[in-house]
Ligand binder design. Structure first.
Ligand SMILES: [Zn+2]
Length: 221
């Protein structure tokens, strides 16, 4: 059972209540003479509700918080510099976006990102395949809301365009993960052994994905 980080606070209050302060603190505020039995009962009966509230708070804490003039690309915050030009451009070195504000909003911006993502991800996948000797058939860049990539038995690799938004080490991890699937179509020990031979960031990538993955998958939806 998932443990709940409960802090018991006895106060001069009439009724017990539960306050989810953040992902590591849930306060249980109870009257001074509230018995331990009642405390246990309250926690047990509200367990589902507390866990739900906690996961919502966690999601909010991990969300990529952006200002109005900021966008998230390749794991970095890019600043929009407004210019009255017709064709926007991205300065990857300086992490800046030049163009009209509406270039960087809504579907228009998603189109720009997808186009860049397609070029970048295809090129990077081929580079990594070449470096480590993997053979692939087709590459597809797709919009998916829940997964980063997949590999079929025909060695066709699908990649989520949002891999263009995550830090380079996480992107490489996913690309290498799918490339290793061209040799092992499962998550067996052999798969993980082979992956750790070619990718030094397995643990860090898993940590990053756990913390920020969902937030990034939800960007531009
Ligand atoms: Zn896999």
């Amino acid at each position: 059972m998932e443990s709940i980080p409960i802090t018991l606070v006895r106060k001069k209050v009439k009724n017990a209540r539960i306050v989810v302060k953040n992902s590591t603190t849930v306060e249980l505020i109870v009257p001074l003479r509230y018995s331990q039995l009642n405390v246990d009962y309250l926690v047990e009966s509200k367990r589902e509700w507390i866990l739900k509230a906690l996961s919502k708070v966690k999601l909010r804490e991990n969300a990529v918080q952006l200002q109005q003039n900021e966008r998230f690309i390749r794991g970095k915050i890019y600043i929009i510099h407004e210019r009255l030009i017709d064709t926007p451009f991205i300065d990857y070195e300086q992490a800046r976006l030049y163009g009209r504000m509406n270039h960087f909003e809504g579907e228009g911006f998603v189109r720009i990102l997808k186009k860049e993502a397609k070029l970048f991800l295809s090129k990077r996948l081929l580079e990594l395949a070449d470096e480590f000797g993997f053979r692939i058939n087709k590459i597809q860049i797709r919009s998916q809301s829940s997964r980063w990539g997949s590999c079929s038995s025909e060695k066709n690799i699908s990649l989520n365009w949002k891999l263009f938004l995550v830090p380079p080490f996480v992107c490489d991890y996913v690309l290498l993960h799918e490339l290793v699937h061209t040799e092992h179509l499962n998550h067996s020990q052999n798969f993980w052994n082979r992956l750790s031979e070619v990718c030094p960031y397995v643990t860090q990538s898993h940590q990053w994905q756990k913390q920020f993955g969902r937030a990034v998958l939800q960007l531009h939806t």
